[in-house]
Ligand binder design. Structure first.
Ligand code: P6P
Length: 338
């Protein structure tokens, strides 16, 4: 039909119709996240003009100086999710403890874990940044208090939805509910996310490797051997692979999702469990890449199979094209050295 655009809301309603017993709560929850994304996008894109640049004098749970914009983004996510009334608790990279839903709002059956503005150290340099989110369904009865262990610390394979928003040359929202990966681009003239990338599939083998090579001397030998190998003609049909590293997880991941390739943040002598967080970085991206035909592991185990022990748990992350991840795993596991 002329003039018909598939907006995120229309797509969600279309997906909801596939489930006769759906109540619409999930559709509304995703819309709450999309609203927060639009608010954050507006501020990210005006960061240079609004008194919102630069660091605050507060630190997050990791002792990282909070950029004003990530405090704003965190508040935007919390307010939109709490008001929407579809979550029973929230977890954010910026908050040490679980975030309860204020008593004045209804509580729903979902849990949302999120990194409100990943890569925020790049804000002042105008580098693309992103919001990452992961949604679980609560497992305990609604008349009982929410349980950190049973409701929140669920393994990645229990996610009912995962997605990210990338604030770049355009603002895109990419998500999966386990029935494929869909990408929507924000059209400011509509104020809506429009379906631009239906059924995203990651190439089985890529030409790009993405890692912070400044950590080379801190890595285990297996990782060092793999990064030596990617520079040999054997790695990419007679040529070395190409190095691309933005230093913003959502940007590096999104590029590889569309073009193919591998992103690594391995454990090292400085970060013994890696730097990235399981619950709101590795798990959601692992769900997405798996749905797109790729793979995500810590070098030994599927990310989605890891049983979380604590909210802000870190994990090594090897993620991207299936063949690339499997080759990297062989090196990391010592099964090959060249
Ligand atoms: P490094 C940004 O600070 C972040 O959390 C991710 O977005 C990014 O992939 C990683 O850290 C970059 O870390 O140590 O290479 O600067």
């Amino acid at each position: 039909m002329n003039g018909f655009v598939m907006t995120l809301n229309r797509h969600l309603v279309e997906q909801e119709r596939l489930y006769p017993h759906a109540t619409g709560a999930f559709t509304s929850l995703l819309s709450d996240i999309a609203l927060a994304a639009k608010v954050i996008s507006l501020h990210v894109n005006k960061a240079g003009l609004l008194p919102i640049l630069g660091a605050t004098d507060t630190q997050n749970v990791f002792g990282e100086i909070q950029q004003k914009l990530d405090v704003f983004a965190n508040d935007a996510m919390i307010r939109s999710l709490a008001f929407g009334g579809h979550v029973c608790v929230m977890a954010s990279e910026e908050n040490e403890d679980l975030i309860p839903v204020p008593d004045e709002y209804p509580k729903g059956k979902y849990i949302c874990c999120f990194d409100p503005l990943d890569g925020s150290s790049n804000i002042d340099a105008n580098v693309s940044i992103g919001t990452i989110f992961s949604i679980f369904r609560r497992t305990t009865p609604e008349d009982q208090p929410v349980s950190l262990e049973k409701d929140v610390l669920q393994p990645g394979y229990s996610q009912v939805c995962a997605g990210y928003v990338i604030y770049g040359s355009s603002t895109m929202l990419v998500y999966t509910t386990g029935a494929g990966v869909y990408g929507f681009t924000l059209d400011p003239s509509y104020g809506s996310f429009i379906l631009s990338h239906p059924k995203i599939k990651i190439p089985s083998k890529g030409k790009i490797y993405s890692v912070n090579e400044g950590n080379f001397n801190l890595w285990d030998e297996g990782v060092q051997n793999y990064i030596r190998w990617v520079k040999t003609p054997e790695a990419n049909n007679g040529k070395p692979m190409t190095s691309r590293y933005i230093g913003s997880l959502v940007s590096d991941f999104h590029r590889n999702l569309l073009k193919g390739g591998i992103f690594l943040y391995p454990a090292d002598k400085k970060n013994k469990n890696g730097k990235l967080r399981l619950m709101y970085e590795a798990n959601p991206l692992a769900f997405i890449v798996t749905q797109a035909g790729g793979k995500a592991s810590d070098g030994f185990n599927r990310i989605l199979d890891i049983q979380p022990r604590e909210l802000h748990q870190r994990t090594p992350l090897i993620i991207g094209s299936k063949e690339d991840v499997e080759i990297a795993e062989e090196f990391i596991q010592g099964k090959r050295t060249h």
